[in-house]
Design a protein around this ligand. Sequence first.
Ligand SMILES: Cc1cc2nc3c(=O)[nH]c(=O)nc-3n(C[C@H](O)[C@H](O)[C@H](O)COP(=O)(O)OP(=O)(O)OC[C@H]3O[C@@H](n4cnc5c(N)ncnc54)[C@H](O)[C@@H]3O)c2cc1C
Length: 397
Amino acid sequence: MKIKTQVCIVGAGPSGLILAHILYQAGIEAVVLEKNNREQILNRVRAGIIDQNTIDVLKAIGFSDAFKKQGVIHEGFNLVFDNQCHRIDVNELTGGRNVALHPQQEIVKDFLTHRESLNLPLIYNVQNITISNYETSPTITFNSGDEDYIMNADFVIGCDGYHGVCRPTIPKDKRPELHKDYPFSWLGILCESPRVSEELVYASHTSGFALISSRTPEIQRMYLQCPKHTNLDDWDDEKIWHELELRTTNDSGIKLVRGKIIKKDIVSMRSFVCERMRAGKLFLVGDAAHIVPPSAAKGLNLAVSDVCLLSKAIEHYYQNNSSQLLDRYETDALKRFWRGEEFSNFATRLFHQPVDGNSFHIRQQSSALRYMINSKSAARSFAENYSGIPQEFYSYT
Ligand SMILES: Cc1cc2nc3c(=O)[nH]c(=O)nc-3n(C[C@H](O)[C@H](O)[C@H](O)COP(=O)(O)OP(=O)(O)OC[C@H]3O[C@@H](n4cnc5c(N)ncnc54)[C@H](O)[C@@H]3O)c2cc1C
């Protein structure tokens, strides 16, 4: 089957679906290609926290009601160390900015359902994608089920995550990539137990980092710092609960309640950026171009930031027959990425135990944590980054 469209979007994760929606609102055609089926993408448990910039975007593009239904505003978070709990009042420190608990799979579900209700093109179970002529006039071939497709598009947008096909389409010698690996991972659980804190609890303990987060009043998401290459079989439920309790014990009323663990996974901690986010008519967005460790809850927010820049640039192209904004997409997106990356790395170092038990690092870390709770300036800087640096900061001029 032959298809012609303006924009081919590879990947129906948050980047792909939000981009497709904004383009639809601007009257620009897009076809979304997704390698998995609907069920699989709706069951992918990942981000939980979105920042003020992403909250504002969701509201501005017509998803206020969906946000109100699923999103819970958090005006601050709890920081536990030396078994004491300190609340960081993000709202007060930033003059009214917040984060929100809004599970990624709910965002994906909202945009997917909306796209389906409008009968807009999205092809599932796509395999064997090839992209040719992407410098000038892209052709995309793929198959889905028994059907072979050839698509011509003005642009191809890689929203296909870290393991996708779009980034590797650009020859290796033409895409500078930078990596940073962390010497530990996270062990994540989903469990059936009551919510014990309205806001997130970040705990820095001599045994390692722990995070108490939530999905619903009945389902909680928690994480533990664990050795890299951890085998889940070495962590039975008793060991997980013991470590979570040990690391999060504190002097406030926040106390874990054990429950049934319904999912366990290992999350690797790494930073990655491909500094080539554009090759002719092929653009990379979100995790396809960059990854941050989840310590500061920034990955999805950085993806949405890319989507905003690129959608504006594509709109400008069609309205004015000008590639002026497309030409600056990579530079502007990388500026925002590096702020998020630096902050994610900072939060990772601040909260996690060094695996070599390096005393110098540990003393510095304790000092930085004490500084954050005793100095409004230090706390404000953290809160400003955590709630999302206002986009005007990166103004086009
Ligand atoms: C444990 C964990 C916790 C996190 N917590 C947070 C948080 O609290 N806040 C935050 O902001 N971020 C968080 N993140 C990061 C966030 O989940 C990602 O940054 C986000 O998923 C990026 O979205 P994306 O659409 O760019 O990529 P993805 O979500 O990876 O979506 C890519 C899509 O492309 C599809 N695809 C892949 N290959 C192909 C192909 N060949 N053809 C077609 N389709 C393809 C995939 O199936 C998928 O649907 C967390 C991540 C993890 C792992």
